[in-house]
Design a binder for this molecule. Sequence first.
Ligand code: NAD
Length: 468
Amino acid sequence: MMDYTLFIGGQKVAAANHHDIRNPSTGDIVGRMPLATAEQLDQAVDAAAAAFRDWRQKREEERAQACRDVATAIEAHAEELATLLTLEQGKPMNGLGSRFEIGGALAWTRYTAELSLPVEILQDNNEGRVELHRKPIGVVGSITPWNWPVMIACWHIIPAIRAGNTVVIKPSPMTPLSTIRLVEIINEVLPPGVVNVITGENAIGGALSAHPGVAKMTFTGSTATGKKIMASAVETLKRLTLELGGNDAGIVLPDAEPKRIAEGLFWGAFINNGQTCAALKRLYVHDSIYDEVCTALADYAGKIVIGDGMDEKSVLGPIQNEMQYNKVRDLVEDARAKGGRVLTGGEPIDRPGYFYPITLVADVADGVRLVDEEQFGPALPIIRYSDVDEVIERANRNPAGLGGSVWSSDPEKAKHYALKLECGSVWINKHGAIQPNAPFGGVKQSGIGIEFGAEGLKEFTTIQTVLS
Ligand code: NAD
């Protein structure tokens, strides 16, 4: 079985100890994750700090070209990366699975390469001149989750290096191998030390976020871990971007057409088996069309093929890990015990691996855990309402504020209500459709800061004002 290595200062660095990484479809070992020591973390931060001295001096065009070269290198290895991703993450090669994720990583890398941060002239008159310059921050520590590991790694790495920083990335211990391979590939075209990877259990993430040599942390993961990272960053006042958990509400207005919106609702909720930060996680449907929406969604769910990710026929795969599998199962059981009506699914699929069916639970209300908590899996609560203003208020009571959506035949009316939702992104007649030019981030406990586009790039800089 292949022992993967860390990648530090342009070199493979072996670890003394490893953990097995298993395929969630079969339980087979995919490869062995190196467990970095505290000394190896120091080496990685030192390598990134040494590389920063030159990298920060490069001309903008040189860094833009380097990011284009990164995209070319990733593209040359796209199928290899997609396969490794499927084996360790579980998502299918096909559909909105691994090939789609690698395609997303490429799209974001290419878009971000072409961004720029020109000097802004704030004043230029006979009283003086004021210029705003954007400068790189230093060594960026990146910590990523297990749901979209390769794409999110690129969301962190590419803007960081485009702006002149260097990176130490630590992927999730659930899905570390595709990130190790990604960093090896990136290093084919970048100077040594600009991007480094260390892996290990959660504690090495804590050590990275507390490391005095790290100037900024960029983190995507749960709200609970985000709070710990914020606490670790206090000592050296690290800059922070925190993209955290969501519990996105979708509001279906009485004038929506159930059959027309069913496909969009389904994929809004079940993309990547619901293991997506900005997936639709609570669906509020007006009483007048409640039953029709439930039927249309259950009909659509019946067509979806669930299976081993390596099977080209699979449209969805297993849940990624046992902890998440148990959580989804418990939340569905709890909802059923509280009177929830299971329209489809609701019992684990009897086969090896963490397979759980698409589960729709009707007749639940706020106060039930499946509604109030982030399920992060293939189970969607469908909540009945009768007053639109009141339901918006209810949806906003949740502490999360990542995304939301409104569904209606009247886009203007939908926008009127969309603007009342307390969330960073709001969609009309779709959900979760992110794109590289649309700034993305959470409000309330879904995070701090923004990713994507020029606004996202600015998060990897500090401002220097020049007054003359
Ligand atoms: P998680 O918080 O359990 O783990 C995320 C990462 O943090 C992993 O790499 C983990 O090793 C690391 N980590 C754990 N404890 C740590 C600590 N004390 N210090 C530093 N690092 C630590 O999250 P997860 O289960 O991997 O991912 C699922 C969560 O991520 C969901 O809540 C989801 O909504 C969220 N998410 C958010 C976004 C977004 O853009 N807002 C995107 C994807 C996922």
